[in-house]
Each structure stands twice: as C-alpha cells, then as structure tokens.
Design a protein around this ligand. Structure first.
Ligand code: ATP
Ligand code: MG
Length: 578
C-alpha cells in the first residue's frame, strides 16, 4: 500500500503515546497547575554535536509540548566559555530542525541570562545565603567530604554580607586571578546530598565567551544557571535524564530562596545503544584522535553522521517512539535502530541497480550496437512512485558473487551452463568462462540471452532459480561505494575510558569500493538522496564528498534484518543473539 506524502505511515497510525513523563504532564494540566500551560525545553550544552541520545530527549520535549499545544524552546546552556564554540551551536540548530522540530521564536541562550543570574547571586549574598570562598579548588574538594563523611565548613564561610558583596563585585570587576575566589551557596556541609554541601555558584574565568565576548570574567556554574534559566523562561516541565535526580534538591533550594517560579523536574533514563558510545566527550575524543573523519563521519552516532549515512528523520523519530521512555537505564540493541530505518527506507527509497564488485558479461547473440530501454518499477511497496527505463545492451556487469565457477550445492545463481533471470530484462545462460591465463581469475562470462523472455518470463513456462541485478557496461555510472560496519567491536564500548576507546575500534568499520557500476539514472541523484540498490541494501549520495566527476555513495544499511531474527529468537524463548 502506498504511504501518504509527508509523515510516514507508521507515525500516522501509531496510538497516542503514553509513558510516565507524559502521564505526569497530563495530570498537571488536568489539575490546572501552571495555569494549564505546558512548556518544555531542550537544553544542550554547545560543546559537541548532538547524538541519537539527544534525539530521544528532543522527541520527548518537543513531542509533549506539541501534544498539549504548548511551547518547547531550544536553549543553549552555554555557561562554560572554554568549551563552547559557534560551530556546535550551528550544528545543533541544523540537527534539531532536520529532525523535524520547530522552536518558533523560542531560541534562547543561558548567556542571555548572565545579568539576571548575577542579580540572583547578589540577592542570595544579601540574604546571607551565599558567600565568597577563598579556598583553592583542591581545598574545596577535600573539605567537601564523601558519601560517608560529612564535609567541613570553609574558614571563609562566615564573612559578612558587606564583605561578600565587596569581594563578589571585585571578582566581577576582574580584580582577581582565576582560582583565587569562588561564590558558594551557603546550604549545609553535612547534607547527605553532596550537591547541597555549599556548591560553587560562580568562578572566575578570564575567558572570552562566544556570545558575550569579554563582558564577564565570572561565569555561573551549570547548576546555578540551569534551574533559574528554566524559571526565567516560564518552563513548566523540566525533563532531564536520571543523573540530575540528585541535583533536583539543589535546583529547588535556589528557586525557593530566590522566591521565583518552579518548573516540575521529571527524570527519565538516558538512551544507551549497543556497539557505540553516546557521550560527547568520548565522541570528541574520536574526532580529535583522527579515528573518524569528523563529527559527521557516517559511522558516528551523531545526528549529522547519521544524516550523512542516509538515515531519515522519520526513522529516528520512529525509533524514539518505539524505545519509549522509562525510569530504568537499559541498553538498546543497534539492530533495532537499523530495523526502524529499513522499515522507513523500504517505504520511501526508490529502487535502483548497482553492481558493487563488477564481473563483465558479454551476450554473444545480442546485436552489437543495439540498446533497449527496459521498464523497471521504482518501488514495489509504493506503485505510485512509478517506473523508469534502464538501458540494456550487449555488454553488462553483474555482481562477481553471483557467479561461481564451481558452484556449491545450494548455490542457485549463475554457473557454467546455467540459466538465470536478469531483473526486468531477459533470461541468460552462461556458455563459457574467460579466465586470466596467469591467475586463473574469472575475467568475463560469455552468455546467450533468450529474446523471447523479455520482461523476465519465458513463454514456454520454464523457470529459473535466481534473479540477478545488472548494469549495462556502456551506460554505467562509475562510482565509489563506502560500506560501513559498526564502529566498535565491543558491545558496550561506553564502559571503556575515553583513552581506551581506540583499542576497541572495528578495523573494518569502513571499506571503500572503487569502480562500482551503477545504473545511469543515478548520475542525477542529488547529494543526500537515498536508494535501495536491489539485493544490496540502502545507499545514499554522500553529501560531503560526492561530485559529478566522482560520485560517492554510502551504504546506509544492508538489507538483511537482524532485528527480526533477534525477535524470533526472543519469542522462542531462546538467547537474543544466535
Ligand atoms: P553527553 O553525556 O553526551 O555529553 P550531556 O547530557 O552532557 O550529554 P547536554 O548537551 O547537556 O549533553 O544534553 C542536552 C539534553 O539531552 C539534556 O537534557 C540531556 O539530559 C539529554 N541527553 C543527553 N544524552 C542523552 C541520552 N543518551 N539519552 C537521552 N537524553 C540525553
Ligand atoms: Mg550535560
């Protein structure tokens, strides 16, 4: 059945989503909390490119806001001037858009609130709730205590309000070197929650910020900025990952002491994916170490890498729907992601023929110089995608693997004396094999074709056991094809330290095939466009390296669906990976 335009079928058909986060938000809306408003945000720190884990958070935040007719903003938590770059901001904007979400005019930066945050800090100092500490970073760490031992109060904790105000102003005026003082919240050094042991709110950094330039030489810590930014924006539901559960009491403390409105914070489990890492720091290490070509290397689990690889935004949204949202950390099998991708591409990708490892075939009885245009279906899953014509002539290429000089028992494809069908074309029979005199390697096949089988069936009803894809040699588009495998050998490379990651890299994660022969219509394919190469998998035109002179196609995913196999095994009650 044909998919409708726009949203893929699966998204249209799916039941309304439900999970514990959605249930909590709906309950608040029903109870009339927050004046029945729902406002969420996606708050990335611009210190790297977004990955598929972020996609989960994006789908959740933008999804919930849309379901309630509310707003979801995109806010850059850009409090750390040292790690952030405009490049990351731009890539994040492009990636969220590409995923299909729109923040309208609600694009914010925590740095827009530096003045408000500074005023909040003064308010806490005046209320005796914050003080300037002059211990070194190391001393602060040792005073902090551990989970089993209480912390110790700083000797500077009892400075007067006036003295604190004066010191903080001088910190802001750039009168002190980095590390000489910090501003800390005055909470409880004996708290069981380490986050409440007088956390640092501000530090001195004589650093240039990508948006505020040299205006500030003190910068708020994330924990002081985050909750207040939510509050300033009128966020009603601050949805974040589980590791922020222990920060919630601190966010509440700041908001209560400041007497400003509170969003409700709800924590969910972050996405972990097998055979890859989802941590910007580790992904940055792969880029910096030259193990991948960049953040958008098609092997990276980044949104930009996946886009370049040929993933569709709909497939990523579908994946996020399928995995759902829970409170417990789990690892999702990469095979599920690939399964979702295949389902989407199967509906939307036009078919084409591409020979990756070509073997020449000469049709002895096909008239020299003759070219026929044969009709091929663009997508058997969606006949509204129409047909195209593919040229056929005397010299063709087939896949080297589709011929065996010495065929094993269950090999039904081409062999000497055997007949097969060429897709959308004719039956051909292999009459003789030309081998290299020295190496013995098969160089060319001499075949005959049966002119009565045009379109792929024989009038006398005889059958063949295999249908092969092919490309006319004279018309073929020469292309480079890049085949990708998993980037890591380990199932859980996330457990490795950043410096040990390289040892688990899969040496075969990228194989480059030159001299591939593709059907000529693909010469017009725009960068990023996606196809199913029949019998091979899904491919897309590389958006960075492909050119008219040198077309490059990425294999997005092979056709064989391992997820179906895993599911079958699971239903049988067997092991998940056989
Ligand atoms: P990383 O660990 O990759 O550096 P991060 O949490 O530091 O990620 P942020 O830029 O702070 O990255 O993330 C923005 C938002 O995305 C946060 O709300 C965070 O909770 C969410 N997020 C990050 N990683 C995941 C993940 N793997 N699954 C779900 N949500 C995530
Ligand atoms: Mg973070």
């Amino acid at each position: 059945m044909a998919a409708k335009q726009g949203r893929p079928q699966s998204e249209e058909k799916r039941e309304p989503k439900s999970d514990f986060v959605r249930a909590a938000v709906s309950e608040d809306a029903r109870a009339g909390k927050f004046d029945r408003r729902v406002q969420t945000r996606f708050p990335p720190e611009p210190n790297g490119y977004l990955h598929i884990g972020h996609a989960k958070s994006i789908c959740l935040n933008f999804g919930i806001a849309a379901e309630h007719g509310g707003v979801c903003s995109l806010r850059f938590d850009d409090t750390n001037p040292e790690k952030e770059e405009a490049e990351f901001v731009e890539s994040i904007i492009a990636d969220v858009r590409w995923l299909g979400f729109d923040w309208g005019r609600h694009l914010h930066y925590a740095s827009d609130y530096f003045e408000d945050l500074y005023q909040f800090a003064l308010q806490l100092i005046r209320a005796g709730k914050a003080y300037v500490d002059s211990l070194s970073a190391d001393e602060i760490r040792t005073h902090r205590g551990t989970l089993t031992e209480p912390g110790r109060e700083s000797p500077y904790r009892e400075r007067t309000v006036d003295h604190n105000l004066e010191l903080f102003e001088d910190m802001c005026a750039g009168k002190f070197p980095e590390g000489s003082h910090v501003l800390r919240a005055k909470i409880d050094m004996r708290s069981g929650n380490l986050n409440l042991r007088d956390p640092v709110m501000y530090r001195i950094l004589h650093a240039r910020h990508h948006r505020t330039g040299d205006k500030w030489c003190v910068y708020p810590l994330y924990d002081f900025a985050h909750g207040q930014s939510d509050s300033l924006e009128g966020v009603t539901h601050s949805i974040c990952t589980l590791e922020f559960e222990n920060n919630r009491p601190l966010y509440d403390w700041f908001l209560n002491e400041l007497g400003v409105t509170h969003p409700r914070q709800i924590e969910f489990a972050r996405l972990n994916l097998s055979h890859t890492v989802l941590s910007k720091r580790k992904l940055a290490a792969l880029v910096a170490g030259g193990h991948v070509s960049g953040w958008d290397d098609p092997r990276m689990p980044t949104i930009s890498g996946m886009r370049r690889r040929g993933y569709t935004p709909a497939a990523l949204r579908d994946f996020c729907d399928v995995i759902g949202v829970a409170k417990r950390n789990t690892t999702v099998d990469m095979a599920l992601l690939e399964h979702t991708l295949r389902q989407d591409l199967n509906r939307r990708a036009p078919r084409a023929m591409g020979v990756l490892r070509p073997l020449r075939v000469l049709l002895l009885n096909y008239p020299e110089g003759q070219v026929e245009q044969l009709e091929a279906v663009n997508n058997p899953e969606d006949l509204s995608m129409g047909t195209r014509s593919v040229p056929f002539s005397r010299v063709l290429y087939i896949e080297r693997d589709d011929f065996r000089a010495d065929p094993p028992r269950k090999f039904f494809r081409l062999a000497l004396g055997r007949e097969v069908r060429l897709r959308y074309a004719y039956f051909i029979r292999c009459e003789s094999v030309v081998k290299n005199a020295e190496t013995g390697e098969v160089e060319e096949l001499h075949c005959s074709y049966d002119p009565t089988t045009r379109g792929g069936s024989a009038p006398d009803g005889r059958k063949v056991k295999a249908t092969l894809h092919w490309v006319s040699a004279a018309h073929a588009l020469d292309a480079e094809v890049r085949l990708y495998e998993r980037l890591f050998l380990a199932e859980d490379p996330g457990a490795l330290a950043a410096e040990d990651l390289a040892s688990s890299l899969n040496p075969e994660s990228l194989r480059i095939l030159g001299g591939c022969k593709l059907e000529p219509g693909l010469a017009q394919a725009a960068p990023g466009s996606r196809f199913q190469f029949e019998r091979q998998g899904y491919f897309c035109v590389d958006s960075a390296d492909s050119s008219e002179q040198r077309p490059v196609f990425n294999r997005t995913v092979a056709l064989r669906d391992t997820w179906a196999r895993i599911e079958r095994a699971r239903k049988r009650g067997g092991n998940t990976l056989d």
